[in-house]
Ligand binder design. Structure first.
Ligand code: URA
Length: 439
């Protein structure tokens, strides 16, 4: 099979067979097919899409590109959660420890920042020394020993997604339903969890800007998971403004720690409790999720579970006591309100763009990112604003980046006389009927 023929086939809108997908994806993972051919093929998928069967095959081929974990030895459903990516989305760092603290084992495979969105794996690297490329055996051992593990792709687990994800990030091929669905679900299937909750974002700071597109993505992923025998649920959630206050890796870790300590932003706390409750209920046949999750938060059990995970993966946990030990930018600059009024716009994409100008994103595959930089907004949609008050703090490693970043942030913000109601965070819930258990 010549790869160029397969690229042309997709360019012309035809569907691939499972064997063709194996040739493309397998060839890429083995290093036989070069980046430039895969980049062209990915772009063709962005334009032409995929048929449902073709998407299921692509997901299965990607999941089978490495080891596929069988977690039945854990003896009970293992939970996983995945967001399709947003701005300031640090929910996994809060939700998964809360779920684990409720006694539901958590085994999660996450990604790095993609496009303008942040990634859990980059955020976790704010803890010096942490390992985020655990081989399969270490993943299962940690799951059994402490009940929570979060890792990135390794050579063992879904290596196809690791390679494709990094290439998509720098070739403008992220926002595509089949590419997102196969990326997310191949990781979920390979990591072996039985109860999977997907958080599909919509709004300017999401890959699926329109709610209908987000719903279609949610449905496609729930169907792939259900067909593989997993318990599946999804929410479609708002990403028209950043989630919480902090945007930028270490800044988000600090906010996640604050939230697990019980003093995070209220809307982020409520959202995390909602998602954690849904996961606990899905994994434990409807048991009292919410009461358990709220107790895990109040008692500090969630925070302890997060710390146990960071320690088990070799990370330095001193930042739990002293946030100043997280990566810290040299320059902080306050952006002040020019007029009185109400915040009527806090555009998530422009805030992400501001964080990128400060150095929080990648330009080329594998680029290092500055974990310390980013934006902390002090006001959210609907808040009252007084002239002279701080709208946001910019954190930069290089003073010269502050002025362009402030200009970009001012693009994100609008203060008007009329108050607007903040949009609800969860727009829709989808819980698939569960056909059978593999645990
Ligand atoms: N999250 C993923 O894991 N993959 C995508 O393609 C988008 C979000």
């Amino acid at each position: 099979m010549r790869i160029v023929d397969l690229i042309e086939k997709k360019r012309d809108g035809a569907s691939h067979s499972r064997d063709e997908l194996k040739a493309i994806v397998g060839g890429y993972v083995r290093g036989e097919v070069p980046d430039y051919q895969i980049a062209a093929w990915l772009m063709a998928i962005c334009w032409r899409g995929m048929q449902p069967d073709e998407l299921t095959h692509l997901t299965q081929v990607m999941a089978a590109s490495g080891e596929q974990l069988d977690l039945s030895s854990i003896g009970r459903p293992v939970a996983d959660k995945h967001s399709t990516g947003g701005v300031g989305d640090k929910t996994s760092l809060i939700v998964m420890p809360l779920v684990a603290a409720c006694g539901v084992p958590v085994g999660k495979m996450s990604g790095r920042g993609l496009g303008f969105t942040g990634g859990t794996i980059d955020k976790l690297e704010s803890f010096p020394g942490i390992r985020v490329d655990l081989p399969a055996a270490a993943f299962v051992r940690q799951l059994r020993e402490i009940g929570i593990v979060i890792t990135g792709q390794s050579a063992d687990l879904a290596p196809a997604d690791g390679k494709l994800y990094a290439l998509r990030d720098v070739t403008g091929t992220v926002p595509s339903l089949p590419l997102i669905a196969s990326s997310v679900m191949s990781k979920k299937l390979a990591a072996g969890a039985n109860a999977i909750v997907l958080d599909v974002k919509t709004g300017s700071g999401a890959f699926m800007r329109e709610p209908d597109a987000a719903r279609a993505l949610a449905r496609a992923m729930v169907d792939i998971g259900t067909a593989a025998g997993r318990r599946m649920a999804a929410v479609v959630s708002d990403m028209s403004q950043p989630l919480g206050r902090a945007v930028g890796n270490a800044l988000e870790v600090a906010e996640a720690l604050d939230t697990l300590e019980g003093h995070g932003p209220p809307e982020l706390t409520d959202f995390a409790i909602d998602l954690a409750s849904l996961i606990v209920e899905l994994a434990s046949d409807g048991a009292a999720g919410r009461a358990n999750v709220e107790h895990a938060l109040r008692s500090g059990a969630g925070l302890r579970s997060f710390r146990a995970m960071i320690e088990a993966q070799g990370g330095d946990t001193r930042a739990f006591e002293d946030r100043a030990l997280l990566p810290r930018a040299n320059y902080q600059h306050a952006v002040l309100a020019e007029t009185d009024g109400y915040l009527t716009r806090l555009d998530a994409l422009s805030v992400a763009h501001t964080a990128t100008l400060l150095g929080a994103g990648r330009e080329r595959k594998g680029d290092p990112i500055d974990l310390s930089v980013g934006v902390v907004v002090h006001v959210k949609l609907g808040d009252e604003v007084r002239a002279g008050q701080t709208l946001a703090m910019l954190h930069a490693g290089d003073e010269a980046r502050l002025a362009p970043a402030e200009r970009a942030l001012r693009e994100a913000i609008e203060v008007s006389e009329q108050r607007v109601a903040p949009p609800p965070l969860i727009l829709e819930r989808l819980v698939a009927p569960f056909a059978g258990s593999r645990a």
